[in-house]
Design a protein around this ligand. Structure first.
Ligand code: SAH
Ligand code: SF4
Ligand code: F3S
Length: 434
């Protein structure tokens, strides 16, 4: 029996797909890379923006044929879209060939849902409103070697006005610090070289014994082993000097912080319910640069939020220049039913939003290119994480998140490699082993 998992969305979802794989493996399934040959197909969905949803719906729809050709095939849909209000009903009606639906709060029950489906032949749709436990007892099938993800918390309490995550992932729940530190220790002993702590807002982590995020990070970085430590995502409203000092203290913690700003306009930030100002954000960056001069900062930005004017968009552009981001994820605002922003007046026409996005991308790219150019002729240490079939080159990232490509006779995946950078193309660097 073979499984095939299709994953959409963020790193949280990628890690949850590793847990889904863990459950399926326990049930005796093995992985199948060709979807046509699988006995069970699981879609782990995302609903952060409309296009993520459309994508998933399109691909789920295409499975109708598979089901016709293979009667015993099981099709399961889980993840954030499955948990979204009204979507279970929609899937029930529009996609009669979907056998199992599970939400974000009952992923751990997938094994039982499969048993139920097999026993009764009827469709099994199972959703829960909340889940309080933070341990699921699942051994994930890790797919990111030399990288590994560790959940430190689930859910989100922030209710940024545009965002659906709090609705589909529930309230914040933090895992115990001891469990997290133990998992980091196991991964280090198993030879993982890059461990990323995951949460929607890691700064509001609060362990059952009161451990704060900086204290947790300090403990994780004190674990023995030759690994790098990353964390995401930080929320600017909870960013602290204490966090900066922990990052500064440990060589293991990468000098690279993902700090989503979303907008450079105070009026828009307030409408977004982000609870910080442009000034506070820039002060945080200044503090970071004072303490850790080489620290790279990456960000997320939304353009075309309801009522955003051209002048306000210009403030985002000027913030991009002032903050000196090394890269950014940039999005056109997408209204999500049930969120506060979706009901606001002044939705921005698509052409205007698209035009702002392309100007923003150009501004960010300009900086990305100039940072890349600074690498040329210099040495750079990367952790080799894979092989790019198309380019025929190995690739890896440096501490700051820059991707470097190179040739190698041996397979260096999982090793730290020093490259001499010869040329740069956009965000990518090309070099030879020094
Ligand atoms: N918890 C993280 C990331 C959440 S989702 C954080 O708070 O930073 C990742 C990014 O998707 C967000 O930072 C935001 O830039 C973007 N995003 C979220 N909802 C969106 C929406 N409705 N439309 C467009 N982009 C959105
Ligand atoms: Fe969404 Fe805001 Fe929570 Fe991030 S902090 S997941 S953007 S509500
Ligand atoms: Fe992640 Fe998408 Fe859910 S970004 S938290 S998978 S809505």
């Amino acid at each position: 029996m073979k499984y095939h998992i299709v994953t959409y969305g963020c790193q949280m979802n990628l890690h949850e797909s590793e847990k889904i794989a863990g459950i399926l493996r326990e049930k005796g399934y093995t992985e199948e890379t060709d979807i046509d040959d699988a006995d069970i197909i699981v879609f782990n969905t995302c609903c952060i923006r409309e296009n993520a949803e459309n994508h998933a719906f399109g691909n789920i729809g295409a499975l109708k044929r598979h089901k016709r050709e293979k009667k015993d095939l099981i099709i399961a849909v889980g993840g954030c879209m499955a948990q979204e209000k009204g979507k279970a009903e929609l899937i029930r009606e529009k996609f009669p060939f979907v056998d199992i639906l599970f939400g974000t709060h009952n992923l751990n029950e997938l094994g039982e849902l499969i048993d139920r489906k097999r026993a009764q032949k009827k469709r099994v749709f199972s959703l829960r409103e909340e889940r309080e436990e933070t341990e699921d007892g699942i051994t994930p099938v890790r797919t990111g070697y030399p990288g590994a993800w560790v959940n430190i918390m689930y859910g989100c309490n922030n209710f940024c006005s545009y965002c659906i995550v709090p609705y589909v992932r529930g309230r914040e729940r933090s895992r115990s610090a001891d469990d997290i530190v133990r998992e980091v220790g196991e991964l280090a002993r198993e030879g993982y070289k890059e461990i990323t702590l995951l949460g929607q807002n890691v700064n509001s982590y609060r362990g059952t014994d009161g451990t704060s995020f900086p204290a947790l990070l300090d403990r994780c970085a004190s674990v023995e082993g030759d690994f790098r430590l990353r964390f995401m995502t930080s929320h600017p409203k909870d960013f602290s000097a204490e966090l900066v000092s922990v990052v500064k203290k440990h060589k293991k913690i990468c000098n690279c912080i993902h700090l989503p700003v979303q907008s450079g306009s105070n009026r828009i930030l307030s409408l977004m319910n982000r609870r910080y100002t442009r000034e506070k954000y820039l002060e945080e960056i200044a503090l970071l640069r004072r303490e850790i001069p080489d620290c790279a900062v990456t960000t997320d930005i939304i353009v075309g939020f309801p009522t955003e004017t051209e002048e306000e968009f210009q403030e985002t552009l000027s913030l991009v220049r002032e903050a000196g981001f090394s890269s950014a994820f940039m999005f056109i605002y997408s209204p999500r039913t049930g969120t506060k922003a979706a009901a606001m007046d002044g939705q921005i026409p698509e052409e205007i939003a698209k035009d702002r996005l392309s100007r923003l991308i150009e501004a960010v790219n300009e900086q990305t290119r100039s940072i890349s150019a600074g690498y040329v002729g210099k040495a750079c240490e990367i952790l080799c994480e894979g092989y790019d079939e198309k380019k025929g080159l190995y690739l890896g990232r440096d501490e700051y998140g820059r991707m470097g490509y190179f040739e190698s006779e041996e397979n260096p995946i999982g090793a730290y490699v020093t490259l001499r950078i010869e040329r740069a193309n956009g965000i990518s660097l090309y070099g030879t082993i020094a």
